[in-house]
Design a binder for this molecule. Sequence first.
Ligand code: AMP
Length: 396
Amino acid sequence: MKILVVNAGSSSLKYQLFDMDTNEVLAKGLCERIGIDGSVTHKRPDKPDYKANVDFPDHRAAIECVLALLTDKEKGVIASVEEISAVGHRFAHGGEKLRASAVLGADEIKYLESIVGLNPLHGPPAISGFKACKEVMPNVNHVGVFDTSYYSDMEDYAYIYPIPYELYEKHKIRRYGFHGTSHRYVAGKAAELLGNKNAKIITCHLGNGSSITATVNGKAVDTSMGFTPQDGVPMGTRSGAIDPTVVTYIQKAEGLTAEEADKVLNKEAGLYGVSGISSDCRDIREAAANGNYRAKLAMKILCHNIKKIVGSYVAEMNGVDAVVFTAGIGENDRDLRQEVCKEMSFLGIEIDEAYNQNCPRGEIADLSAKGAKVKTFVIPTNEEYMIALDTQNLTK
Ligand code: AMP
């Protein structure tokens, strides 16, 4: 069974074609600058990457190009579009109603359109991407996989904010959580490694956007991102959790509109805001190694906040069986993992520091020190595979 996974952004469309019988990615790529001019990068494991400028007036033009490449005699991997059994679409937000991955019909799309206000950046392009794919491939099932749905079983006290309850009722202001597909994937892998479906697991997805999730019995019980992906740990350019009054205070002190204050906290804060150097962890590490105070401070703030959330989730779950690091920073920044796990032995978290510094990249690694009560793993995330798997399960 071959499944196409599509992730449509406002000016981009990422794709991966999976062979679910062999668990292989047959081809993947990225259409960029949709609505501007357009370019495509198409990758096959056995051939050099193909790159070209192609005019993409809209998402439909992009998906037509993808299908032409996938079925091309030289660059392609399938003989015809009919070989694609189903399409999985990534949606950042499924609101309160789309509590699990679902085959997308008229009702689901109507609901997704009704909640774009909750998700103004990612919602509209994801819906356009879906509609374009549905037009071009009308005869197969299209499945929506929602980043928020992993959090659908959280208790009300974990998702209702202590603000007037009417604001929740009127505007649906609550904790939704994001990156759920990644947390679900790595928590599932960790449970497999532990041989315990009921395990208590803390997953740290640390990338350009970062979130931490607590999972018990395969269900998320709490997560650091909230109403939007702004909450929780500091990120590339997002502040993460701060005293909410800072927002109105900087508006008044700097004479900013709500939109401008939002931009400061979303685009000019986090690692970039503190370091003044870059939102990219590698650049900050380099500056820190050269003695830059603000670069060192940015990394210390990040580690401090990760540790604080991990500790709070241990308390919330009354223990932890495994801590998992994933995504760009979690999978690659060895010093960050060492810093976060340092002085956590009281909680049973202890890593083999030498192995942490030397374990192979891009693979699952067990960093736990000999005899540590809690396992610490690095598990490369694979959201696309999770989307393909849900799509297969809902359509086979
Ligand atoms: P992601 O959003 O998952 O692609 O992660 C992007 C983040 O991972 C950026 O901040 C990168 O700097 C960081 N990253 C990637 N490779 C490394 C590395 N070798 N060391 C430290 N950070 C890295």
